[in-house]
Design a protein around this ligand. Structure first.
Ligand code: SAH
Ligand code: SF4
Length: 349
C-alpha cells in the first residue's frame, strides 16, 4: 500500500492509513476514509478496486448459531464460507469462528468429501480469502452498532476447513493469513487460525519454518496406508508415516499440539482394532484427536458410525491416553457441515 501511494506521489504513511481503513475498519468506500486528502481519495477511486464479496445466498441454521453464505466471485464462480457461534470458555466474549474456503473445488478427490468429488476449478486469491472473513465481521459489527454497542472485532477464530486444500494454494493462503495477522489491520493472533490439510508433506515442512504458531489439523481418517490409500488418494503420494513425521516436526518448531481429524465411517474405519492402530500410531506425539461424525456425501455406501461405536472408539483411544473429543457437527440442517459445501451450490446452479 505504501508503494501504491508513493507511485501516486503521496507520502508513504498514507498507504498505512488506507491499509487500516480496508483491513481494520473494513471500509469499502474510499469516500468515507475521512483522514485522507480529497485528491488522494480521487486517485484511489480511479485506480483501485476494493473487493467486496457478493453474498448470493445465505442460510441460517435452526438454532441461529451457524450461518452459511454462498459467495459469488467476479468470474462467476462461487465458494462457501460459514460463521459458527459457540461459547468461549474463559473469555468474556463469544467465540465466532469463520470457516473459509481456499480453492474453488479440490483436486485431491477424497471419497467421502463432496468438494473432492466435484474436482478442482481454481485457486482463490488472498483477497478472496480475507473477504470471506470480513463479510461476516461486517455483519457482526453492524448488528452490534444497531444495539448501540462499541465498535470492536468480533471474529475470534478462522479455520481453513471450507472448500479446497489450503496447502495446495500455499502462497495465497499464507498471504491471506499475514494480512489477517497484521496489527494495523484485522490483528488476529496466529494461534486463532487453523489450517486443515489432507497431508501435503513438503508444504507442512515449509509451514513449520514460517515462524507462525498457526493451528494445524491433519485429516487422517484411517490408521493404515492400505485403508487411507482407498479413502484419500493423496496418501499414495504422502503415506501416513511421512505425514506423522512432518506433523511431529511442526509441533516441535511451533510448540503447537497437532489435531488429527478422523471421520468415523460405519464398517470402514470405526472398529476397536482401528482405534488401537490409531493409538499406536500417535503414541508419544503432542496431539489431539477430533472424532467427526461423517456427514452426507455423494457416495451412499459411506454412512456415519453409530453413537455406540463412536463412544467405544473414543474410550479405546482414551484408555491409551490419547486426548480425544467428539466434534459436534454444526449446521447440518443447512448443509454447512464438513465436506458438504458446494453440494447446495451445485444444486442451485
Ligand atoms: N482439504 C482440507 C480442508 C478442508 S476439508 C482437509 O482435507 O483437511 C475440512 C474437513 O472436513 C477435513 O477434515 C475433511 O476430512 C472433513 N470432511 C470432508 N468430508 C467429510 C464428510 N463427508 N464428513 C465429515 N467430515 C468430512
Ligand atoms: Fe479436498 Fe479436503 Fe475434501 Fe479431501 S477432504 S477432497 S483434501 S477438501
Amino acid at each position: 500500500m505504501e508503494e501504491l501511494v508513493a507511485a501516486m506521489g503521496q507520502p508513504r504513511f498514507r498507504g498505512r492509513q488506507i491499509f487500516h481503513w480496508v483491513h481494520g475498519r473494513l471500509e469499502t468506500d474510499p469516500n468515507r476514509m475521512s483522514n485522507l486528502p480529497k485528491a488522494l481519495i480521487g486517485q484511489v477511486v480511479e485506480r483501485c478496486r476494493i473487493a467486496k464479496a457478493e453474498s448470493a445466498h445465505e442460510l441460517v441454521s435452526a438454532d441461529g448459531k451457524t450461518r452459511k453464505r454462498l459467495l459469488r466471485l467476479p468470474d462467476g464462480q462461487s465458494v462457501e464460507a460459514v460463521l459458527i457461534e459457540s461459547p468461549f470458555p474463559g473469555h468474556e466474549v463469544d467465540r465466532y469462528t469463520v470457516c473459509v474456503s481456499s480453492q474453488v473445488g479440490c483436486a485431491l478427490g477424497c471419497s467421502f468429501c463432496v468438494t473432492g468429488q466435484v474436482g478442482f476449478v481454481r485457486q482463490l486469491t488472498p483477497g478472496e480469502i480475507v473477504e470471506q472473513v470480513y463479510g461476516f465481521e461486517r455483519l457482526l459489527r453492524q448488528a452490534d452498532g444497531e444495539r448501540g454497542g462499541a465498535s470492536r472485532r468480533f471474529v475470534t477464530n478462522v479455520v481453513f476447513m471450507g472448500m479446497g486444500e489450503p496447502l495446495a494454494n500455499y502462497e495465497a493462503v499464507l498471504a491471506a493469513i499475514r494480512i489477517l495477522l497484521h496489527p494495523e489491520g484485522f490483528a488476529l493472533g496466529a494461534r486463532r487460525i487453523t489450517i486443515s490439510t489432507a497431508g501435503i508433506v513438503p508444504s507442512i515442512e515449509r509451514l513449520a519454518e514460517e515462524g507462525l504458531p498457526l493451528g494445524l489439523a491433519i485429516s487422517l481418517h484411517a490408521p493404515t496406508d492400505q485403508l487411507r490409500d482407498r479413502l484419500m488418494p493423496i496418501n499414495r503420494r504422502y503415506p501416513i508415516a511421512s505425514v506423522l513425521k512432518a506433523a511431529a516436526h511442526y509441533s516441535e518448531q511451533t510448540g503447537r499440539r497437532v489435531t488429527y481429524e478422523y471421520s468415523l465411517i460405519q464398517g470402514v474405519n470405526d472398529s476397536v482394532t482401528h482405534a488401537r492402530q490409531l493409538a499406536r500410531l500417535l503414541a508419544g506425539q503432542l496431539c489431539h484427536v477430533n472424532l467427526i461424525p461423517l456427514n452426507l456425501s455423494l457416495d451412499p455406501s459411506l454412512r456415519p458410525a453409530s453413537a455406540d461405536q463412536t463412544a467405544t472408539f473414543r474410550r479405546t483411544l482414551e484408555e491409551t491416553h490419547i486426548p480425544c473429543t467428539i466434534r459436534e457437527s454444526r449446521g447440518q440442517d443447512i448443509l454447512a457441515a464438513c465436506g458438504q459445501l458446494r453440494y447446495t451450490a451445485d444444486k442451485s446452479a
